[in-house]
Design a protein around this ligand. Structure first.
Ligand SMILES: NC(=O)c1ccc[n+]([C@@H]2O[C@H](COP(=O)([O-])OP(=O)(O)OC[C@H]3O[C@@H](n4cnc5c(N)ncnc54)[C@H](OP(=O)(O)O)[C@@H]3O)[C@@H](O)[C@H]2O)c1
Length: 366
């Protein structure tokens, strides 16, 4: 068997970083060999740096527990790891301000590391693709132009979108790819507490309560337009003609973001049976390429009137499938449904791994 590609995780001690470590255990292509976090964790073993913060259900392996954590801003340490064959590219999931993340990710890309980012900082950078591989795998074709414009050789940056949008993006794209224009989306999200990192929201704020998330609404309304847009002459053009309105809320669920969606079509409107048929048949490039983290069926359609539910459905197909249910006609728009995905897997680390697998399959990594 060929050697696995050694990867680093920036923000390894956080909620998303922990999920990367847990999901990459036994990955057929990638192997975690380099860990970095804040200066508070630097120099400690991973177990010491965590100090009891491990939130995953899989136990932490002894190998990873004993690995030394570096300071993410210490590029010399990352370059030494690269030279030693321990870090060919990085997953980035750090809690820093926008300028800090941009400086950090640019420095890694300039130093020759592909950066597969979970952070929002670069999502609207003109030459950085915001990827959901089933939808806009072709947006990675901007990478040569990104490298050329910045004078980077082997390094580059790709990002994944906000976790709030994943429950409706695949269902919406499936309908559009089948020839039905989607004109209007009215969305209410019910987002899990793990989406706020660790320790995240105080229990006294969220137990017996619902917390409004105004900061998520803009992302939920705008990011779909870049993802569904096109790449022309090295530039992204946002999708025109789709109007989205979102209300985002934090609820006392550990993992699994739900979205209640009403959707309006253009002139051509599918029947409910046709919508179901399209969702069940939906496949994308990750499935065609049989990428290790690609769910066999990206959209799982539930017929029971009380599904999807976070605890019962978030882990379906490696926790990478989006569950949809409660499909019915809408008296205001055309159809309505409930979507659900695992926010720290499909919506964060699993989505990042799928991006990296796509990049490897297209020859940008490895
Ligand atoms: N949680 C989700 O579902 C989710 C989904 C999509 C995207 N994201 C994004 O992913 C990123 C991380 O989120 P999270 O939920 O994992 O947050 P988190 O649990 O708060 O973890 C934050 C991580 O950032 C590190 N960090 C903090 N200050 C740093 C610094 N000055 N330099 C380098 N590293 C630093 C922390 O290291 P120490 O332990 O050393 O402090 C920790 O590893 C955020 O940008 C978030 O918006 C999260």
């Amino acid at each position: 068997m060929s050697k696995k590609i050694p990867v680093g995780i920036l923000g390894a001690t956080g909620m998303v970083g922990q999920r990367y470590i847990s999901l990459l255990e036994g990955h057929p292509w990638f192997e975690v060999k380099y860990l970095a976090a804040s200066p508070r964790s630097a120099g400690k073993s991973y177990a010491e740096a965590l100090g009891g913060r491990w939130q995953m259900s899989l136990p932490l392996s002894a190998d990873v527990a004993g690995m030394k954590v570096s300071d993410a801003s210490d590029l010399d340490a990352a370059l030494a790891a690269k030279k030693a064959g321990n870090c060919e590219f990085v997953f980035s999931a750090v809690d820093l301000d926008k300028a800090g993340i941009i400086a950090l990710e640019d420095a890694y890309a300039k130093a020759g590391f592909p950066v597969v980012s979970n952070n929002s900082a670069h999502r609207w950078t003109a030459d950085v693709p915001m990827l959901i591989p089933e939808i806009n795998h072709a947006h990675v074709d901007v990478i040569p132009a990104q490298r050329k414009a910045r004078g980077w050789d082997s390094g580059f940056i790709v990002v994944k979108p906000n976790c709030s949008i994943q429950s409706y993006m695949l269902p919406v794209h499936a309908l559009m790819a089948a020839g039905y224009e989607v004109k209007t989306l009215f969305i209410t999200t019910l987002q899990a507490v793990s989406g706020a990192g660790y320790p995240g929201v105080a229990s006294l704020d969220v137990v017996d309560n619902i917390v409004q998330l105004p900061g998520e609404e803009d992302k939920s309304e705008k990011e779909p337009l870049k993802i569904l847009g096109s790449l022309k002459d090295g530039k992204f053009e946002n999708l025109a003609g789709m109007r989205i309105t979102a209300h985002c809320n934090r609820v006392a669920v550990t993992d699994g973001h739900t979205a209640c969606v009403s959707l309006g079509f253009g002139d051509k409107k599918p029947s409910l049976d046709e919508v179901k048929r399209i969702w069940k048949a939906y496949r994308g490039v990750p499935q065609e390429l049989a990428l290790p983290f690609a769910p066999v069926s990206p959209i799982i359609v539930h017929d029971d009137a009380d599904r999807p539910q976070p605890r019962k459905d978030r882990d379906l197909d490696k926790a990478m499938a989006v569950s949809v249910g409660r499909l019915r006609s809408c008296p205001v728009l055309d159809i309505r449904f409930t979507g659900l995905h695992h926010n720290t897997v499909r919506g964060a680390a699993g989505g990042g791994i799928l991006n990296a697998e796509l990049l490897k399959a297209k020859g940008y990594i490895g």
